[in-house]
Design a protein around this ligand. Structure first.
Ligand code: KE4
Length: 426
C-alpha cells in the first residue's frame, strides 16, 4: 500500500530536483521515501502518514527551544501583524545585534543575513578584503554552506552523497582553498610555515558537526589561534551549528578561544531565515558602506525572522536553560551506549552541549579518516529501525543530532526503549 509520504514524494519529484529543497532531506543516503511533515510541537513531529515522531534533527539545529514554542510563535504573530518586511532598519535589529554581542563577547560589530551560507561567504570575502590575500584554509569534512570557495571536500550533504567537491566550482576558485585535516596540528604548523603569508583566513567548525560530531583535540584550536595571530590570518569560527548549542556563548566560550570573526545561523533565527557574521570592530568596519568589501541582502534583518530569533535567544539565555538541555543530552547518549552494549553491538556516542554523535565503531572518531571507518550500512539500518519505532534521527551517518529543551524524561525513555529493540534487530 502506497503511503501518503510516498505519494507526496513521487509528486514532489515532478517539479523539485529529487523532490526536496535541500539534498540531505532526500533520504538518499539511508534509502526510502523521506518523511513529509505537517506539524510539530515541542519534541515531536507529525508526518503525512499521521506518525508521531520524537525529533532529534530539530530542523538541523534551530529548534533548540522545541517546536512551536508559545513565546516564539506569539512573537512571530505579533511581528507579522505589524509588517512582513520593510527593507529598512528597525529597532528589533538593534536589539538582536546587542543580544548577539552580549552573548558572544568576541563580536563587537555584527551584520545579519538570511542564511549560514551567506554568513560564511561574507566572512570569507571580508577576510580576503581585510588582508589583501586570496588563500583560505578549511578542513576536510567541515561544511560551511554552499558558497563556491567552500564546496571543496565539504561535509554534510556533499559528503553524504560522495561529492564533497561540487561540480560547477571553477578550478581557479578551488585553487584558493586549501583543505587540511581536522585535528591535525602538525599539518597546520607545517602549512603556516610554508604559506602563512598567503593565508587570508582559516574557517573552522570549532566543534565539527557535518561529518558526524567530531570534537577538537585540546591543542588544535589553540594552535590555530596562535598561528593566525602570528601570520596575520583571520580566524573565523563557523558557529552556525555550535552557536548556542555547545554552550550559551558557543564553542568559543566552551573552549575559551577568541576568534577574529564568528558566523552564526540556525538558533538565531529560531526556525526562520537568519544568519549573521561579526567580530573584531577593525575588521567589520571594512564592510560596505563603511569600507570596500561589499555585502548586501533584501531580507537581511527581516523583522518577522528577527522576532523569532530574539524570542529564541531570550529562552536560551535564561538561567538553567543550557545546564538542563546538557543533562538531557548526556542521559540520551549514556542510555544509547548502554543499550548497544546490552545488545552486543559495536557502538559509541558522545555529546557536547545539546549536540550528539552516534557511531557504529568502538570509539568516537577524532578525524575525518576515523569517521570513514564507521559502519555506515549499520547506521542506515539503525536509522530505519528507530524511525519505525517513532524516533526521527538525522537521515545520514554524517550529521550530528540535536536535543531540544522540550525533550524530557518521557522522550528519552521512549527513545531508549526503541533503541533497545533497534540494536537487537540490527
Ligand atoms: P545554511 O546556508 O544551510 O543556513 O547554513 C550553512 C551552514 C554553515 N555552517 C555550518 C557549520 C552548517 O552546519 C551549515 C548548515 N548545516 C546543514 C546541516 N548539517 C544544513 C542542512 C541542509 O543543508 O539542509
Amino acid at each position: 500500500m502506497t503511503t501518503r509520504n510516498e505519494t507526496l514524494f513521487a509528486r514532489a519529484q515532478q517539479r523539485i530536483p529529487a523532490g526536496v529543497n535541500s539534498p540531505v532531506r532526500a533520504f538518499r543516503a539511508v534509502g526510502g521515501a523521506p518523511a513529509f511533515f505537517e506539524r510539530a510541537s515541542g519534541a515531536y513531529l507529525w508526518d503525512a502518514d499521521g506518525r508521531r515522531l520524537i525529533d532529534y534533527v530539530g530542523s538541523w539545529g534551530p529548534m533548540v527551544a522545541g517546536h512551536t514554542h508559545p513565546a516564539v510563535v506569539e512573537a512571530v504573530q505579533a511581528a507579522a501583524a505589524r509588517a512582513l518586511s520593510f527593507g529598512a532598519p528597525t529597532e528589533a535589529e538593534i536589539e538582536m545585534a546587542e543580544t548577539i554581542c552580549r552573548l558572544v563577547p568576541s563580536i563587537e560589530l555584527v551584520r545579519l543575513v538570511s542564511s549560514g551560507t551567506e554568513a560564511t561567504m561574507s566572512a570569507l570575502r571580508l577576510a580576503r578584503g581585510h588582508t589583501g590575500r586570496d588563500l583560505i584554509v578549511k578542513f576536510e569534512g567541515c561544511y560551511h554552506g554552499h558558497a563556491d570557495s567552500l564546496l571543496v571536500k565539504a561535509g554534510s550533504g556533499a559528503l553524504t552523497f560522495g561529492n564533497p567537491s561540487s561540480a560547477g566550482v571553477p578550478a581557479a576558485t578551488a585553487a584558493h582553498t586549501l583543505v587540511l585535516n581536522y585535528n591535525d596540528t602538525a599539518q597546520l604548523e607545517e602549512t603556516f610555515r610554508a604559506r602563512g603569508a598567503e593565508i587570508a583566513g582559516v574557517i573552522v567548525e570549532p566543534v565539527a558537526g557535518n561529518m558526524n560530531l567530531v570534537v577538537p583535540r585540546a591543542a588544535f584550536l589553540e594552535t590555530l589561534r596562535t598561528l593566525c595571530t602570528q601570520h596575520g590570518a583571520v580566524l573565523i569560527f563557523d558557529e552556525v551549528m555550535t552557536g548556542f548549542r555547545v554552550a550559551r556563548g558557543g564553542a568559543q566560550a566552551h573552549f575559551g578561544i577568541v576568534p577574529d570573526l564568528t558566523t552564526l545561523g540556525k538558533v538565531i533565527g529560531g526556525g526562520l531565515p537568519v544568519g549573521a557574521f561579526g567580530g573584531r570592530r577593525d575588521i567589520m568596519e571594512r564592510i560596505a558602506p563603511l569600507g570596500p568589501v561589499y555585502q548586501a541582502g533584501t531580507l537581511s534583518g527581516n523583522p518577522v525572522a528577527v522576532a523569532a530569533g530574539l524570542a529564541t535567544l531570550r529562552l536560551v539565555a535564561a538561567p538553567g536553560f543550557q545546564e538542563a538541555i546538557e543533562r538531557t543530552t548526556r542521559a540520551l547518549v549514556e542510555g544509547l551506549v548502554a543499550a548497544a552494549r546490552q545488545a552486543g553491538v559495536e557502538f559509541s556516542a558522545q555529546s557536547i552541549g545539546s549536540m550528539f554523535g552516534l557511531y557504529f565503531r568502538a570509539a568516537p572518531p577524532e578525524s575525518f579518516a576515523e569517521v570513514m571507518t564507521c559502519d555506515r550500512e549499520r547506521f542506515n539500518r539503525f536509522f530505519h529501525a528507530m524511525l519505525a519505532r517513532g524516533v526521527y534521527l538525522a537521515p545520514s551517518a554524517y550529521e550530528a543530532g540535536f536535543v531540544s529543551a522540550a525533550h524530557g524524561a518521557t522522550e528519552i525513555e521512549a527513545t531508549l526503549a526503541a533503541a533497545r529493540e533497534a540494536f537487537r534487530a540490527l
